[in-house]
Structure formats: structure tokens, C-alpha cells
Design a protein around this ligand. Structure first.
Ligand code: F6P
Length: 342
């Protein structure tokens, strides 16, 4: 078979490891050929492809980003969009199957394309770890590792100045990155979207820590809402999918802490540093295993499915399973972390 691979949506460490594993195993063990589709669904609509072979994927599993480029293009929009036009483009390029690597938006589009007869399988990715159909996604471990290092660094400078340091991490509507970073850094308070809290509640912990001569570290997820806030904090407009661009709640919290407690406070927004650079070892392994399993799914023509991690096994599930509810942090996981706050 001639297989087209695309990466779509926000990038994430580990994308190249999926591509590399798929190309190497597909060529060696199944006799498949590969092409890389540039910039996600944009390249699929426009037939913009490049060759993919052993030499083009050499050494790439340890490199961040995506060698294919990415975009947040909707395959159903525009003159060249829609399943019929895409089927024509695939025929013209001699592509028999598509592997779509992406998050919820990408998989939703892939699922619709599969329903419209496009031979496509999915590979889930996101640093947010919010996809319900898989226990973990690659990119998450790397993001937590980077945020943990940042938190450790904030603690030493915080200790030197006896300041309250607030670290804002990504995660959109879910608090997995914040939860894990908070536990790993020994943060004194962790704030996640699933658990709104009052500023007084936050300040009580901060003050108690300060009173015993420690510099408080607060980890806050970008989607956290203080009690009484109707929506997540967003001052940067909308993204290509009309979703609010989050970021900035850390600064708000730091100012409120300083005003209420008099403790000098500083906020750091980690931002896209969490998505850039080399994937962790664990993410390289998970991404590689996803790549191998996705080639099996294509070889067996399991259109409309995606690969997923269940426990330590890689399994195949309908893509629709990734499109229901987000995988939120359960209350008991937050309560567990809260035992060590303050
Ligand atoms: O979904 C991954 C993610 O990094 C979120 O954590 C974050 O809110 C968003 O993407 C940022 O998107 P963009 O790269 O479009 O600014």
C-alpha cells in the first residue's frame, strides 16, 4: 500500500517518533510505501506531499516538533475540501490510506472522513492528556518533565527572596499537567480547571507556608477558574477553531495573593516551552509503539479506528471513542494531591 501520513493540530513532542516507527516497520515488514502530507489537512486537500523513506526519518525520534509541519485546517472547508474532493486527490496521488496523527479536532475530522469512505486511521496525541479513549498520550510526559524542571528552578529563586512563585502550565480544560507538576515539584497549592477555588482558600495555604519560613510555590493550570468566574481567563482572542486562547490566570492569581497577604509574588507562564524540544524517553517509547500499531491497523484496513494505550497494552478502538467527553482529573486524584498542600 501507499500510505500518506499527516500531523495536524498543535504540535507535541513524539510526533516524529510515530512517523519514524510507521515508515520503518511499514517498509521493512509490510512492503508499504510512504508519503508525508505537509501541514496536516491543508496538504491533504491540496495534494501537497513529500517523499518519506528510511533516510528521511533517520534519527528523528529524538527531535521535537513534526518534520511534516502542521496546521489547524478543517478538511471539510474550502473549495478543495470535503470527502469527495479528498478522495479524488488521494486517487491522483496514488495514496491508498491515510494515517492522521492529532488531537480531538483532528480525530473528529478523521472520523467523519472515515464515515464518508476515506481509508483513514488515527493516532492520538496531545500534551494535555485529555483524550478519553487512551490512558495516556505522548507529549504529556515531556510537558510534565519540562514543567517540573521549571517548578524546581522557581523554588530556588523563590527561597532566596522569600517570594510566592506562581507557575502557570498548559492543559486547556483539564488539569493533568498541573496535577502531575504539582506533585512532582512538591508545590504548596495546585489549581486545576476541574476544581474551582476561592482566592481566600489559596491565600490560606500560601500564608501558612510563608509563616513557617518557606517560599510558597503555586502551580496553576491555564484553565483554572476562581470561584465566581463564569469562564476561563482569556485575553488573547480565539484560535482557528474559534476556541478562546487561554493564558494569564497565573498573573491574576499572583497579584491577588500579593494584595491580600502582602507577600511579594511573581508569576511565570511556561507556555509553548512545554510543547517544544526533544520528547522524553517514555514519550518516544509510547509514540513508537503507536506508530507500529497504526501500520498494523492500516494493513488490516481497520478504517475509522485509532490506536490507544490501555494499561501497558496498545489496543485499537473506534475513533468515535475519543470524541465524547474529555478525560478530566477525577476528584479523588485531586484530593490525594491536596493531602500535601500547605
Ligand atoms: O492542546 C495543546 C495546547 O498546548 C493547550 O495546552 C493550549 O491551551 C493550546 O494547545 C495552545 O494552542 P496554540 O498553540 O494554538 O497557542
Amino acid at each position: 500500500m501507499r500510505i500518506g501520513i499527516l500531523t495536524s493540530g498543535g504540535d507535541c513532542p513524539g510526533l516524529n517518533a510515530v512517523i519514524r516507527a510507521a515508515v520503518l516497520t511499514g517498509m521493512k515488514h509490510h512492503g508499504h510505501e510512504f508519503v508525508g502530507i505537509r501541514d496536516g489537512y491543508r496538504g491533504l486537500k491540496e495534494g501537497d506531499v513529500r517523499a518519506l523513506n528510511r533516510s528521511s526519518v533517520r534519527g528523528t525520534s529524538r527531535i521535537g516538533g513534526t518534520i511534516l509541519g502542521t496546521s489547524r485546517t478543517n478538511p471539510y472547508e474550502g473549495e478543495k475540501g470535503g470527502a469527495e474532493r479528498i478522495a479524488e486527490t488521494l486517487r491522483r496521488l496514488g495514496i491508498d490510506a491515510v494515517m492522521a496523527i492529532g488531537g480531538e479536532g483532528t480525530l473528529a475530522a478523521a472520523n467523519r472522513l472515515a464515515g464518508d469512505g476515506i481509508p483513514i486511521v488515527g493516532v492520538p496525541k496531545t500534551i494535555d492528556n485529555d483524550l478519553d479513549a487512551t490512558d495516556y498520550t505522548f507529549g504529556f510526559d515531556t510537558a510534565v518533565q519540562i514543567a517540573t524542571e521549571a517548578g524546581d528552578r522557581l523554588r530556588t529563586t523563590g527561597d532566596s527572596h522569600m517570594r510566592c512563585m506562581v507557575l502557570e502550565v498548559m492543559g486547556r480544560h483539564v488539569g493533568w499537567i498541573a496535577l502531575h507538576t504539582g506533585i512532582a515539584t512538591g508545590a504548596h497549592v495546585t489549581l486545576i480547571p476541574e476544581q474551582p477555588r476561592s482566592i481566600e482558600w489559596v491565600c490560606d495555604y500560601v500564608q501558612a507556608v510563608y509563616d513557617r519560613r518557606r517560599a510558597p510555590l503555586v502551580v496553576v493550570s491555564e484553565g483554572f477558574k476562581l470561584e465566581g468566574m463564569d469562564e476561563e481567563y482569556s485575553r488573547k482572542g480565539l484560535d482557528a477553531f474559534d476556541r478562546p486562547r487561554l493564558g494569564g490566570i497565573g498573573e491574576v492569581i499572583a497579584e491577588m495573593i500579593e494584595q491580600r497577604t502582602g507577600i511579594e509574588s511573581r508569576a511565570t507562564v511556561l507556555g509553548h516551552i512545554q510543547r517544544g524540544g526533544a520528547p522524553s524517553g517514555a514519550d518516544r517509547v509510547l509514540a513508537t509503539r503507536f506508530g507500529l500499531a497504526a501500520v498494523d491497523a492500516i494493513t488490516e484496513r481497520a478504517w475509522g479506528t485509532m490506536v490507544s494505550l490501555r494499561g501497558t497494552d496498545i489496543v485499537r478502538v473506534p475513533m468515535s471513542e475519543a470524541l465524547g467527553d474529555l478525560k478530566r482529573v477525577p476528584e479523588h486524584r485531586y484530593r490525594e494531591a491536596e493531602l500535601l498542600f500547605g
